[in-house]
Write a protein that binds this ligand. Structure first.
Ligand SMILES: *Cc1c(COP(=O)(O)O)cnc(C)c1O
Length: 234
């Protein structure tokens, strides 16, 4: 049995090795622990190992954990499918949303964000492999969405998020992540310095090395921190 702490040590080592190979600093890469389906105790264990950012996919489950852990200085990231009737609570309780895939959601998050809070950090999800089964903006529409989101006063647009289809070798993984990076570079070339996107949310347990090689600044790791997930009962 591996403990959460020992798994975190090895994930951090993988991040460090990949960063060094890419000539980057590990400090420029955020380890986002994906805690969907995990208990607040498991989150607390990871927190004790100095993981401070957690990603959740299901609103109700997330809110229970956020309430239980409210004394801890945790940064909560929403990374799941977004429904319009959940935007109010997400805008209220999360610091980041990675999975914004349509303007309507961005507008609603903006409208519901309390102006007294810091701006809500968001990433636009890009459907980089054009999969019918997956959420995300197409590579051809993301540029327009960026311009519109930049107008929203209570949102801080940070970058792009992608979940590519699985590939079994590192060079194939790298080439799809490189497309996300290039897309972000193209977008940035049209933006003022103050607006430039600084976040690339890409890389999971199976492909974090390839993502870091291609510029990921946030890797979203579930299984390799908490162990295999049980199937979620719907
Ligand atoms: C579940 C999930 C992850 C984590 O995946 P693992 O393969 O368990 O590391 C990352 N990103 C998103 C959007 C997820 O839903």
């Amino acid at each position: 049995m591996h403990s959460i702490i020992s798994r975190i040590v090895s994930v951090r080592q993988r991040i460090k090795t990949a960063a060094e190979k890419a000539g980057r600093s590990e400090r420029d890469i955020v380890l986002l622990a994906v805690s969907k389906t995990r208990s607040h105790m498991a989150i607390n264990e990871a927190f004790e190992a100095r993981v401070h950012a957690f990603g959740e996919n299901y609103v109700q489950e997330a809110i229970e954990k956020i309430d239980r852990l409210k004394e801890k200085s945790i940064i909560w990231h929403f990374i799941g499918a977004l429904q319009t009737n959940k935007t109010r609570i997400i805008a209220d309780r999360f610091d980041w949303v990675h999975s914004v895939d349509r303007m309507k959601i961005a507008q609603r998050l903006n409208n519901h964000r309390d102006p007294a809070q810091r701006r809500l950090n968001i990433c636009l999800q890009v459907n980089i492999d054009n999969e019918a089964s997956k959420a995300g903006l197409s590579t051809t529409t993301v540029g327009d969405a960026v311009k519109q989101v930049l107008e929203l006063p209570h949102i801080r647009l940070r970058g792009l998020m992608a979940i590519p289809a699985p590939r079994d070798n590192e060079s194939a993984q790298r080439s799809v992540f490189a497309r996300v990076r290039t897309l972000q570079e193209e977008i940035n070339s049209g933006l003022d310095n103050s607006q430039k996107l600084d976040t690339l949310s890409m890389g999971m347990s199976a492909d974090l090395e390839a993502a870091i090689q291609e510029g990921a600044t946030v890797v979203r790791i579930g299984t390799d921190i908490f162990g295999p997930r049980e199937r979620r009962a719907e």
